[in-house]
Write a new protein. Structure first.
Length: 505
C-alpha cells in the first residue's frame, strides 16, 4: 500500500545485493497487487493495479516503464488482480475483478485476445501450464476454469464449491488461488485455506494459525485446534490431515467457536471436547456447555473433565452435568490436570504454588486438600504420570516431579532448569521412564526420574514455541506449535544411547 503520492507501489531490486534495478512504472492510485517478470530475454516486468485497473509494462534492466508503442494498459475496467507470464515468455495473461481475462504479447503488451464474463464473480488468480497451452483461473464464484492459451476459450470447468441451502455461495468456498504443480497437476486454494487437487477433487487441509492444543484419540489419531477456532483430525500413520472437524456451517470456514480461539482440547468418553474463548465447551455431536468465564485449560479423567477458567475450575461429568465454579481467591490458575479416578484436581497457580482439590463423589463440588510449594515462578504446566504416582510441574525454567502419595519432591527446582522461556507442555512416556517438556524457546527436553543427571535436548522444534506434547507409544512423540505444524518424533535410538534403555524396557 502506498503511504503517500511520493512513495513506491512497486520496485525492482537485485535479490543478492538489494540494490535498486531501475524504476518501475507507478500506479496512480492505491497499490500494485500483482507482478511478474518475463523468464527470458529481452527482460520485461509487468505489474497490475487494484485501483487504477492498469497493467503496466517495464523494460530493462534497469527497468523503466514502456509508454511508447502498443502497450494495452487499460484493458480492465476494474482492478487487475493477477498478471502472469507463460513459461516461454511469449505471452502474459491478466485477470481481474471485472470477471475478464486478457491475453497480451509478452514483449510488447499488445492485446492478443480477450474473454469477458468468464466467471460469475471476481477472478482472483491465474496460472499457466508448463507447455503454455492452458491457463487456469480461480474465482469468487467457487469455480476454477481451464482456458486455452491461444484464444481463451473454456476447455474445462471445476465446481469446487456449490451454492448452499441458503441460496448463497459459502464465503469459505471462494477460490482465491490456483497453480500448476509437478508438471501439470492443477490445484486451487479456497478462502478457508484448504487446497483442492482439481483432477480428483482431493482436499488437502491443515492449519493456517498457531495451534493452541492437542487431544489424542489413539496411537495414530490426534486432533489439533488453532487460534482461528478450527479443529483438524490427523492420521499419524500416514502423516496426513484427514478432515476439519464440523460441518463448516453455512460459510465453510469450520470455526467451531465462531470467531473465538480454541484454548484446549481433550478426548473424553469417546467424544472430542473443545474449550474456546466464546466461554463454551463444545463436542462434535452438538453438545454445548456455557462456562461462567473464559477457559484457559482442560484435562480429562475417566468420567470427569476439569475445565480451568480465569475465575476458577468447573467439572463436567460424562452426562454433561457441570459443577459449581470453584473460585480462586487471591491467585489465578494457569494449568490443570485431573487424576484418572476423578478424585483429585491439580491446579498450577501464578503465586508459584500447586493447589490440590478433592472432588466429592457426586462430582458437583471440590475442596482444597493440599498446597504444594517449591517453585519460584508461576506454574504453567502440569502432568500426572500414567500410573498416577508422580506429578510433573513446570514454570518458566524449572521442571519438577512430586510423589502423589505425600507430595514430597523427586526432582526439585534447580536441577532440570535448562529451558529459557515458559514451559507450556509436559508428557510422560507410556512406561513413565521419560518425561518430555516443551516451551516457548522452541525446545523439547527429555528427562528421566530414574537418571536425573541426564537429558536430551532438541532445539528449533517449532518456530514460535511449542504448545502441545503427547507420547504416542513408548518413545514416539507428537508435538504441535505456534508454527501451525504437527511433528512426529521417534526418540528410541537417542533414548537408548543417552539413558541406556532398550525399547522393550
Amino acid at each position: 500500500e502506498r503511504a503517500d503520492a511520493a512513495s513506491y507501489s512497486c520496485k525492482a531490486v537485485q535479490w543478492d545485493t538489494g540494490v535498486s534495478c531501475g524504476q518501475l512504472g507507478q500506479h496512480t492510485r492505491g497499490r500494485a497487487i500483482s507482478c511478474d517478470i518475463k523468464p527470458n530475454r529481452p527482460m520485461r516486468a509487468v505489474t497490475g493495479g487494484t485501483d487504477d485497473s492498469r497493467v503496466l509494462l517495464n523494460a530493462g534492466p534497469p527497468f523503466k516503464r514502456v509508454v511508447d508503442g502498443v502497450p494495452k494498459e487499460d484493458a480492465h475496467v476494474k482492478g487487475s488482480v493477477k498478471v502472469r507470464y507463460s513459461a516461454d515468455g511469449s505471452k502474459v495473461v491478466s485477470v481481474g475483478s471485472d470477471k475478464a481475462v486478457y491475453l497480451y504479447d509478452g514483449k510488447t503488451l499488445a492485446l492478443l485476445h480477450q474473454a469477458k464474463d468468464v466467471h460469475e464473480g471476481s477472478i482472483y488468480a491465474c496460472s499457466w501450464s508448463s507447455d503454455g497451452d492452458s491457463i487456469l483461473t480461480a474465482s469468487a464464484d467457487g469455480t476454477c476454469k481451464l482456458l486455452s492459451g491461444e484464444d481463451l476459450s473454456v476447455k474445462h470447468e471445476w465446481k469446487v464449491s456449490t451454492i448452499g441451502e441458503n441460496g448463497k455461495l459459502p464465503i469459505g468456498g471462494m477460490q482465491v488461488g490456483c497453480a500448476f504443480v509437478q508438471g501439470d497437476l492443477a490445484l486451487s486454494c479456497s478462502l478457508n485455506g484448504q487446497i483442492t487437487l482439481l483432477n480428483d477433487s482431493t482436499v488437502l487441509t491443515g492449519h493456517n494459525a498457531p495451534i493452541a492444543g492437542m487431544a489424542s484419540k489413539s496411537w495414530n489419531t490426534i486432533y489439533t485446534g488453532d487460534t482461528d477456532g478450527i479443529v483438524v483430525q490427523w492420521d499419524l500413520s500416514t502423516g496426513n490431515a484427514v478432515r476439519r472437524v464440523g460441518d463448516g456451517n453455512d460459510d465453510m470456514l469450520y470455526k467451531l467457536h465462531g470467531e473465538a480461539a480454541i484454548s484446549a482440547l481433550c478426548w473424553s468418553n469417546g467424544k472430542l471436547l473443545t474449550a474456546g474463548w466464546d466461554d463454551t465447551v463444545r463436542a462434535e455431536n452438538g453438545y454445548v456447555r456455557l462456562l461462567p468465564a473464559q477457559p484457559n485449560g482442560m484435562d480429562c479423567g475417566t468420567d470427569v473433565t476439569a475445565v480451568l477458567t480465569v475465575q476458577g475450575v468447573v467439572l463436567i461429568d460424562k452426562d454433561h452435568n457441570a459443577s459449581r465454579l470453584q473460585r480462586f481467591d487471591g491467585f489465578s490458575g494457569l494449568s490443570v490436570c485431573i487424576s484418572k479416578d476423578d478424585k483429585l484436581v491439580y491446579v498450577g497457580c501464578d503465586d508459584c504454588k500447586i493447589r490440590v482439590y478433592a472432588v466429592d463423589r457426586s462430582h458437583t463440588s471440590m475442596e482444597e486438600d493440599h498446597v504444594i510449594e517449591g517453585h519460584l515462578k508461576a506454574v504453567h504446566a502440569l502432568k500426572l504420570s500414567n500410573d498416577g504416582t508422580m506429578l510433573a510441574s513446570a514454570d518458566v525454567r524449572d521442571v519438577c516431579i512430586w510423589k502423589v502419595e505425600d507430595y514430597s519432591p523427586i526432582v526439585t527446582k534447580g536441577r532440570w532448569c535448562f529451558h529459557n522461556q515458559r514451559i507450556t507442555s509436559l508428557s510422560w512416556s507410556q512406561n513413565d521412564h521419560i518425561l518430555a517438556s516443551g516451551g516457548g524457546d522452541d525446545s523439547i527436553y527429555l528427562w528421566s526420574p530414574l537418571k536425573k543427571m541426564r537429558r536430551l535436548h532438541y532445539s528449533f522444534c517449532h518456530r514460535g514455541g511449542i504448545t502441545g506434547l503427547q507420547f504416542l507409544d513408548v518413545y514416539r512423540l507428537v508435538s504441535v506449535g505456534a508454527d501451525s505444524c504437527v511433528n512426529v518424533w521417534d526418540f528410541t535410538n537417542d533414548v537408548a544411547k543417552k539413558f541406556g534403555w532398550a525399547l522393550e524396557e
